[in-house]
Design a protein around this ligand. Structure first.
Ligand code: SF4
Length: 353
């Protein structure tokens, strides 16, 4: 049983982050934010893919000024990503649901005070987003690009805001490798009770980003660390959401959808299992109820797996069994098994709603 670190709960728009809230999933658009059409289109794609919130980069005034219209045309909670220029944060705070800044990068305390005032007025949180590749100079000089350097930077930035009486915070500590990322989050976790936004940054292409994020984020999630997450992929937007959701589901952190148990196949295989499992996966994507199903290539392990599965197929020579809760409900020719199996899955999903 995973025991989550107790964290303070904050809200990004309508989405609760921290405390007992489900771990939320987010991504970031790659259009120029000032290109309102493209940004709205990407936000809507992410919404459709299952994102809980979305971040947009705000490097200049054109981008900041576009946020009002983007807000009016989309409903996902919006996070504005801002570096250095506090005036952009002031404009963004009028429209978005969270600001990502590092107070140390904004400069004079008076400027940070103004950002805090704007966030307080609209009751929106700030994410302190520490990134190993852009540590403040003094932390990098003292600690190098290390987990310790990230943690010291986070503590400095947290104190900066706490001294101004602002605690509506979440924190991220991202490095481009798994080891430093995990070390940093582990180090900071017992020191503060703010929710954590998890991510391995600049994780690469789909294949490697998936693996790095599964190891890094999966490790932390299993230790009860993490309240919201982003999988960073050099690839299409929807992939980030798909992989993040899969990490939550396959780590056992989120109980939703089908957990498909299927064998790797071997010389005893009695059917085209690869095709059957692909069909099962595709046709059950819409199911949100947490069900265990197994699809196995021969009777050697199929009956054992079927005992602990809600619905199962055990292939035999030219035919096979469909089983529900370990009991055989049908013996059918091979080409009818998937269809019957899917009917049983749908029925069980409906009954457990
Ligand atoms: S279930 Fe049968 S076909 Fe699948 S890997 Fe095991 S022995 Fe091989």
């Amino acid at each position: 049983m995973i025991k989550r670190y107790p964290t303070k709960q904050i809200y990004v728009g309508s989405v609760a982050v921290g405390g007992d809230a489900p771990i939320s999933v987010q991504s970031m658009t790659y259009s120029r934010t000032a290109d309102i059409e493209a940004t709205v289109e990407q936000i809507n794609r992410l919404h459709f893919a299952g994102a809980d919130m979305v971040r947009v980069a705000v490097p200049d005034y054109e981008d900041a000024n576009a946020l009002k219209q983007i807000r009016e045309r989309t409903s996902l909670p919006l996070v504005a990503d801002i570096h250095f220029n506090y005036r952009l944060a002031l404009i963004a705070a009028e429209s978005v649901d969270c600001i990502r800044i590092n107070p140390g990068n904004i400069g004079e305390k008076e400027r940070v005070k103004e950002v805090v005032k704007a966030c307080n007025e609209r009751n929106i949180p700030i994410r302190i987003g520490v990134n190993c590749g852009s540590l403040e100079k003094r932390f990098e000089e003292r600690y190098g690009q290390t987990a310790k350097g990230m943690v010291e930077s986070a503590l400095y930035n947290i104190k900066f805001l706490e001294d101004l009486g602002f605690t509506n915070l979440k924190v991220s500590l991202k490095a481009s490798d798994v080891e430093r990322t995990v070390e940093a989050y582990r180090m900071l976790r017992p020191m503060v009770d703010y929710p954590f936004h998890l991510g391995v940054t600049e994780a690469g292409t789909v294949f490697h980003a998936t693996i790095k994020s599964a190891i890094g984020l999966g490790t932390l999630l299993l230790e009860g660390i993490g309240d919201t997450m982003r999988v960073s992929i050099t690839g299409e937007l929807e992939k980030e959401i798909e992989v993040a959701r899969a990490i939550l589901k396959d780590s056992g952190v989120a109980k939703e959808g089908l957990n498909i148990i299927s064998c790797p196949t071997c010389g005893r295989i009695e059917a085209d299992l690869v095709k059957a499992v692909a069909e099962v996966e595709e046709k059950t994507k819409h199911i949100k109820e947490p069900l265990n199903v197994s699809v196995m290539g021969c009777v050697v392990n199929a009956i054992g797996e079927a005992k602990s599965a809600d619905v199962a197929i055990a292939y035999g020579k030219g035919s096979g069994l469909v089983m529900v809760k370990g009991e055989v409900v049908a013996k059918l020719p091979e080409n009818e098994l998937v269809k019957r199996f899917l009917q049983e899955v749908e029925k069980m999903a409906e009954n457990s709603e």
